[in-house]
Design a protein around this ligand. Sequence first.
Ligand code: 8X3
Length: 246
Amino acid sequence: MTKTAVVTGASSGIGEATARRLAAEGYDVVAAARRRDRLDKLAAEVPSITPVTLDVTSDESVADLVASLGRCDVLINNAGGAFGLEPVAEGLVDDWRRMYEVNVLGTLRVTKALLPKLVDSGDGVLLMITSVAGLVSYEGGGGYCAAKHAETSMTETLRLELCGEPVRIVEIAPGMVHTEEFSLTRFRGDAERAEKVYEGVPDPLSADDVADAVAWCVTRPSHVNVDRLVIRPRAQAAQHKVHRVS
Ligand code: 8X3
């Protein structure tokens, strides 16, 4: 029996890399995201990937995802993002609302909807892609750090509440990952500002590095729960300690 893995936010970055990697590991992968054109391209390239249009902020869209699934053995809650880098004193309520909608409430919505299938699988894995922003706060991180802290807390709570059920609850908290869109989204399309984040950093993590960690976590034996895996580039010893070369 081939296991099914659902990956949210699979149209780019960590989500796309994870969908590809889990397909390579032998899963039937449901790649879910809003941008269907990108998912269709991905599915055309990788036969075991099925595209599903998903907006995690919509109850209806999440219900459609569930209805499209036969089974779900693995759920990768990856959809999310950062909007803005203003200090709290200048925080934009709309940005914060979006960050809560996508990162926190979107994750809640998808988790609630798929938990019964994960339990029914008899050996489920629910994996949250959070962030080091869920563990520490940094200037300008305001709404993103708050949202990611909420996701981290949700993960810890789920692990307690599901103790005794056949579902592992795993968190991967990445540090600096250079993807095509994360910083571009945060800076509202300002490519120069986005690239500065990674300037001079010898080797930030790539989306594939995180996908590799995901694959390792989900392929451990069923009794092994990797509670939290913090993954950073060697050049980033801590949030504010980043080695850069000029
Ligand atoms: C992204 C990592 O450091 O920009 O989740 O918050 S950071």
